[in-house]
Design a binder for this molecule. Structure first.
Ligand SMILES: C[S@@+](CC[C@H](N)C(=O)[O-])C[C@H]1O[C@@H](n2cnc3c(N)ncnc32)[C@H](O)[C@@H]1O
Length: 276
């Protein structure tokens, strides 16, 4: 059983340091990823070693050494304790995902959302996942639905490389086709339209709405992700209606799902929309 970080450091850190300590952290496979406030820099190895000692599952402790950025939404990490590696394997609902969290985007917090999308897929559907990363959505949909085919598109070559490895690691899931490239360039070369298009690229997915609508069958479903304040959810929906009106499509029905937090008063939302 893992020990609470704050408890394990009580009596070691001063009261002020305890106050500044961020007691929660993400665990990606066997790597703990922590945030060290500037005022605790001098104690960072002490904190990292306390995490290693308190949780036998963790083999590496790394700190965020920057913020998520760039086209591939990656974040620099710096190892503080444990083994000297950044590659790991995550298990999500029995699915194996190999990845390096510094080189590719992956959020352990989105597992339930991926499972939710998979649960909406009906037998025989063809599903397109834009921005598919190391393939967690395609694999979850393949595992938990009877989709006919799932196509993924990812631009980061390293994420695509891991996605191909992950297909090998989950050999029973065979109805997935993955493309490396820009979604805007790959969509026009796909020969069939899809029953469902998933767009997990919050804030930037808007740029690809016209492409997504062109490849979505009439009566198909769109899952559009955005980051939004609760009083502005309508602005996210307006992005879909604007794209529909310029592409001669209509929204038949929709719902807005809160699927995570990102900063104070900002949600990661998914708009599930049926488009005619
Ligand atoms: C927020 S991440 C989501 C990754 C994955 N779906 C997941 O849930 O872990 C967005 C992904 O889109 C990729 N990406 C960014 N721009 C792209 C583009 N124009 N075409 C295809 N993929 C792109 C990034 O490299 C990144 O892997």
């Amino acid at each position: 059983m893992a020990m609470r970080l704050k408890d394990s450091l009580s009596g070691v850190l001063t009261a002020e340091e305890q106050q500044a300590l961020i007691g929660s952290y993400d665990i990606v496979g066997d790597i703990a990823i922590i945030i060290i406030p500037e005022t605790l820099k001098a104690c960072e190895r002490l904190i990292a070693n306390a995490i290693l000692a308190g949780n036998r599952r963790i083999k590496v402790v790394a700190k965020r050494a920057g913020v998520y950025g760039g086209e591939f939404r990656t974040i620099p990490l710096s190892i503080l304790a444990g083994e000297n590696r950044k590659e790991t394997e995550v298990r999500e609902f029995g699915i194996r995902l190999r990845l390096n969290p510094e080189r590719v985007y992956f959020s352990v917090r989105s597992g339930n959302e991926r499972r939710r999308i998979a649960s909406l897929v009906t037998p025989g559907e063809s599903v397109l996942v834009l921005f598919s990363g190391v393939a967690p959505y395609p694999l979850a949909i393949s595992r938990f639905s009877l989709a006919k085919v799932i196509v993924g598109i990812e631009k980061n070559p390293e994420a695509h490389g891991y996605a191909l490895q992950n297909l090998q690691l989950n050999k029973k899931l065979r109805n997935i086709i993955l493309y490396l490239g820009d979604a805007g360039a790959i969509i026009p070369i796909l020969s069939e339209c899809f029953d469902r298009v998933v767009m997990p690229l919050p804030t930037m997915a808007e740029t690809f709405l016209a492409d997504a609508l062109r490849i979505l069958k009439p009566g198909g479903y769109l899952h559009f992700y955005d980051l939004q304040r609760p009083d502005c959810f309508a602005d996210s929906f307006a992005k879909i209606t604007a794209a529909c009106s310029t592409n001669n499509r209509q929204v038949e029905g929709f719902s807005i799902i809160k699927c995570g937090h990102c900063g104070p008063r900002t949600y990661r939302i998914c708009i599930d929309a049926r488009i005619q």
